[in-house]
Design a protein around this ligand. Structure first.
Ligand SMILES: [Zn+2]
Length: 160
C-alpha cells in the first residue's frame, strides 16, 4: 500500500465529526493519509467569505440594518427561535468550510486499489457529496472517487 493511516489525521476528523452519522449508516468518515502534500478544497479566504455571507444574511434578518424596519418577535421565546434558526443556517456552513480548508481535504495521488492492490488507478473527474448529520443540520462533504485500471474496482481515496 502506498498510503498509511496516521492517527493524528484520523483524530482531527474524528474529533470534528465525532458522533455524527454519515448517510444511511452510522460510520465515521475516515481520512486516508497519503505521503504527498494534499491541497485543501478551498482557501481560507474563500471559506471565510462564504461564512461571512451566511452570517451577514442571518444578522440582517434578525437585526435589520434599516432602522425603519421593525424587529421581529416580542417574546424571549421568539428571539430564541430566531437564534436557533441562525445557528441552523450558519453551523453546517462552518463545518463544511472547515472540512474544505483541511489540508487533506483532497488527495492528488490515488494510491493503490484496495481490491487488487494494483497501482494502476486513476481519479474520476466526477465528485459526489456525502451528507453528514450534525446537531444543527446536514453538512455536505465532497468526496473523490478512484477507479482501478486492472480490476475495474471503484473506491474513494478517503475511504479505503
Ligand atoms: Zn484493482
Amino acid at each position: 500500500m502506498g498510503s498509511v493511516w496516521r492517527d493524528g489525521v484520523r483524530d482531527t476528523l474524528g474529533g470534528r465529526l465525532g458522533g455524527y452519522t454519515v448517510g444511511p449508516g452510522s460510520r465515521k468518515l475516515p481520512v486516508f493519509f497519503m505521503e504527498d502534500a494534499m491541497p485543501a478544497r478551498r482557501t481560507r479566504k474563500e471559506a471565510r467569505q462564504r461564512i461571512e455571507q451566511v452570517f451577514q444574511a442571518e444578522l440582517d434578518r434578525m437585526f435589520p440594518p434599516d432602522e425603519s424596519k421593525p424587529l421581529k418577535g416580542s417574546k424571549f421565546l421568539d428571539w430564541e427561535n430566531q437564534v436557533a434558526r441562525m445557528r441552523q443556517a450558519l453551523m453546517p456552513v462552518m463545518l463544511e468550510e472547515r472540512a474544505a480548508v483541511e489540508e487533506n481535504a483532497r488527495v492528488e495521488k490515488t494510491g493503490h486499489c484496495p481490491y487488487c492492490q494494483s497501482g494502476s488507478v486513476y481519479m474520476e473527474k466526477q465528485e459526489t457529496t456525502s451528507e453528514v448529520t450534525s446537531p444543527d443540520g446536514v453538512v455536505a462533504i465532497e468526496k473523490q472517487h478512484c477507479r482501478c485500471h486492472d480490476c475495474g474496482g471503484s473506491f474513494s481515496p478517503s475511504e479505503p
